[in-house]
Design a protein around this ligand. Structure first.
Ligand code: ADP
Ligand code: ZN
Ligand code: ZN
Length: 748
């Protein structure tokens, strides 16, 4: 007798373990590890779904009390065993439930009806067909005659190519029975072929292949030499914006493909698929595919199947493309590895870069990380020798890095310029309009309106204990207090700026729409495009706007974060950054890192073609190290300063931080449980506890949210803190109305 260990598909923490069932004899052939099955569950024998994670012949419990599997889910795609193992790793490392982890590694769960192309072919010569058509017409067999006439009307060169089945049924109005009868008479035959939807198709395969420069070639050679020698590892390519990293990826990919292995290319978000897929398609043609959430379910299923059946070699897509079921995965590329979108925001809260490294390790593949502004995590590992490190210092194709002007917004205020455009920026935009070159205006909305700062001196009101800014708190619709979301420190809203006494303090409120309005007034006659969450809805919202801008149909592109990433517009010679330091006040320990990245990336959009570029960086903190080094594109200096702060304050990647979110409809109960949790964590000597405090979103949909943080050098200690708290919660009866979520080294 065979027994199956099953993870039940239900989001209840206490049920996050395997349950054993008997595999009935009649289902023995069908049920494998990874199958999705239905089982009777609990006292009421409710029918629930679950994944089989293990098959065994030794029963765990009394056989008489073990229930049997009811059936196998139709159309469900079974989870592959190595993906189940990966799910297990995700569960362990991110404090997720196995059920959530399995769902994450199975981005395509159900078979979708395949799309078939059916064609009706002639079995007779045109002359014979003509004869028969006449006969049918005489017998008033008009339907059959119509089909034959359709064949005889065809040019002889395409006669044997056949006619589309649907054309016959719809346009010629001949039912299936007519086609069947022609087939029985030996006049025609029907054949069907599976049609895959390939959303990567761009038609244009005229490849403009560059000869790699020395820096680029050196990297490709080194990685491929390792590959040939059987060495599999993770590499970080730190290359300034426009240094030709994508060309290097493609060169290495070509080498890996020559070993008959496949490649996954992760890109940070859908907005970027358009340009990237285009470039890959031009080089690799139909062997490239793409998968993302804006495709239809059918399109997604097809790409999944094509990967599984080895019909494509390269799969491009955001986070979830990581789990494509390639048979012989050889390489995973993580482009722009520093991007926050690689961090999953819902459980399991995994980081795609880390999971990529783990998946590659399990399958004997290599990983290629690339960024102009590496995450502290990746660079730290590269410095420690765990990852291979390469740098590209020059822009490819002879382009130069742009000239950067830092504008001090405090001086603009002194000079009574209250507009969002500094006088420098205005002048330079006008110059571009005259020269028919393009400008990008970037609004840094990270941290937007979530802090209070002074218009005169630019100072944000911060926590004296945590080096993060305090968050404003509303009460009856007015901001009256300010709190720290790490340690809970709290003060009433000051009436004047604590550092300069100015009364002009408040939330920093500018949005893309306001900037667009201001630009229309300031630059009369300019053609302006705006790109933000409001203007990019629909399946191709992003590519539509980017396409318009790329074709030169606008002079100025205004937008948020999404316009600064990875795009390549040769005619853009000016980038304006409206409030470069907004993100410094985001209230978390990654604020400086994010600010550096946003500015360096935004600046990197200027001057990528033959023309040289300029950048105007408007800021209240012109001497902050993240701003100074970003302006100079000096990553090493930034890294050295930032890593020493992380060392001092015990933040990742030097140390580890576990965030414990307690939530409940009952605020008192959430607070009390958070207090107990912080006491539990305090008992571990090597763990430093912060909080409890309100979560960044302190209340959502009437659920109160409290955070406790634990910092520790040793990751596994934090895992045991988590296990202990989970065990406590499972036994406890007092806090039934509370839920707990865990976040490790969260990276957003
Ligand atoms: P990155 O990914 O580092 O930002 P890209 O790969 O997009 O850089 O390259 C930037 C630009 O330089 C692109 O227009 C690309 O076609 C061009 N380019 C890359 N490598 C070369 C090369 N070896 N010679 C000439 N142009 C190149
Ligand atoms: Zn001030
Ligand atoms: Zn604090």
């Amino acid at each position: 007798m065979i027994f199956a260990d099953i993870i039940i598909d239900i989001s209840v923490k206490s049920l996050d373990k395997t349950f054993q069932y008997i595999v009935p004899a009649c289902l023995e052939d069908e049920i494998k590890t990874g199958s999705l099955v239905t089982v009777p569950f609990g006292n009421g024998n409710r029918q629930l779904k679950g994944y089989v994670v293990n098959l065994t012949d030794t029963p765990k419990f009394d056989r008489a009390k073990t229930k049997s599997i009811t059936g196998v889910e139709k159309n469900a795609i079974p989870a592959e065993s190595h993906l189940l193992a990966l799910a297990g790793w995700i569960k362990e490392n991110y404090g997720a439930s196995m059920n959530d982890a399995i769902k994450a590694v199975m981005p395509v769960k159900k078979e979708i009806k395949e799309r078939v192309q059916r064609t009706v072919y002639p079995l007779l010569s045109p002359a014979e067909m003509e004869k028969l058509a006449l006969e049918f017409e005489k017998k008033h067999n008009t339907a059959r005659a119509r089909v034959l006439r359709c064949f005889t009307s065809l040019d002889s060169s395409i006669y044997y190519n056949g006619i589309d089945y649907n054309y016959i049924t719809k346009n010629l109005k001949c039912p299936k029975s007519v086609i069947d009868s022609l087939e029985q008479m030996g006049i025609t035959s029907t054949s069907s072929s599976r049609q895959y939807r390939n959303p990567a198709k761009h038609g244009d395969t005229s490849s403009t292949r560059h000869v790699l420069n020395d820096e680029q070639q050196h990297i490709a050679n080194a990685v491929l030499a390792d590959y040939a020698g059987g060495i599999r590892k993770t590499y970080l390519i730190h290359g300034v914006t426009g240094s030709g990293k994508t060309e290097v990826y493609m060169e290495i990919i070509e080498g890996v493909l020559s070993y008959g292995r496949q490649v996954i290319v992760l890109i940070p978000e859908i907005a970027l698929t358009f340009q990237t897929v285009n470039r890959f398609y031009q080089r690799f043609g139909d062997r490239v595919s793409v998968i993302h959430s804006r495709l239809s379910a059918g399109e997604r299923y097809d790409q999944f199947l094509r990967a599984k059946e080895g019909l494509v070699d390269i799969m491009i897509g955001p986070r979830s493309a990581l789990f494509m079921p390639f048979k012989k995965l050889g390489l995973i590329v993580v482009d722009e590895e520093h991007e926050t979108s690689y961090q999953s925001e819902t459980p399991p809260k995994y980081h795609a870069r880390e999971v990529a490294v783990q998946r590659a390790r399990m399958l004997g593949a290599s990983v290629l990380l690339g960024s102009a502004t590496p995450s502290l995590e990746a660079y730290y590992k590269a410095q420690a020798g765990e990852y291979g490190l390469f740098t590209l210092k020059k822009r490819a194709g002879g382009a130069h890095l742009p000239q950067v002007h830092i504008v001090d917004l405090r001086e603009e205020f002194e000079n009574k310029n209250y507009s969002v455009f500094s006088s420098r920026l205005s002048t330079l935009v006008e110059e571009r309009l005259q020269k028919h070159e393009q400008s990008i205006i970037f609004i840094n909305r990270r941290g937007y309106a979530s802090f209070i700062s002074c218009r005169k001196c630019g100072e944000a009101i911060g926590c004296p204990h945590c080096s993060v800014s305090l968050k404003p708190h509303m009460h009856n619709g007015i901001v009256d207090r300010m709190k720290c979301h790490f340690c809970g420190y709290e003060i009433p809203l000051p009436a004047a700026c604590p550092s300069c006494g100015s009364k002009y303090i408040g939330t920093f409120g500018i949005g893309t729409q306001q900037v667009e309005e201001a630009a229309k007034k300031r630059f009369q006659g300019a053609r302006i495009l705006r790109m933000d969450a409001d203007t990019t809805g629909g399946k191709d919202g992003h590519s539509r706007i980017l396409g318009q801008f790329g074709r030169g149909e606008a002079d100025i592109l205004i937008g948020t974060q999404m316009i600064v990433k990875g795009h390549d517009f040769p005619n853009v010679t000016l980038v304006g950054i409206i409030a470069a330091d907004l993100s410094l006040n985001a209230g978390d320990y990654r604020a400086a890192e994010r600010t550096y990245q946003l500015i360096a990336q935004a600046a990197g959009r200027a001057g990528r073609g033959g023309k040289s570029g300029e950048v105007v960086l408007q800021t209240y903190q012109p001497s902050h190290y993240s701003i100074v080094h970003a302006a100079g594109q000096d990553y090493e200096s930034f890294y050295n300063q930032e890593i020493s702060i992380r060392e001092m304050l015990h933040y990742p990647p030097v140390s580890n931080i576990l965030g414990i979110l307690v939530f409940s409809e009952n605020e008192e109960s959430a607070s009390k449980l958070a207090g107990i949790i912080s006491e539990i964590a305090e008992q571990y000597q090597t763990v430093t506890v912060l909080g409890p405090a309100d979560a960044p979103v302190a209340k959502a949909k009437d659920i109160y949210r409290k955070m406790v943080y634990g910092k520790c050098m040793d990751y596994s200690t934090l895992c045991s803190v988590k296990d202990y708290i989970e065990a406590f919660k499972e036994q406890d009866t007092e806090f039934r109305d509370c839920g707990i979520n865990f976040e490790f080294n969260i990276n957003r």
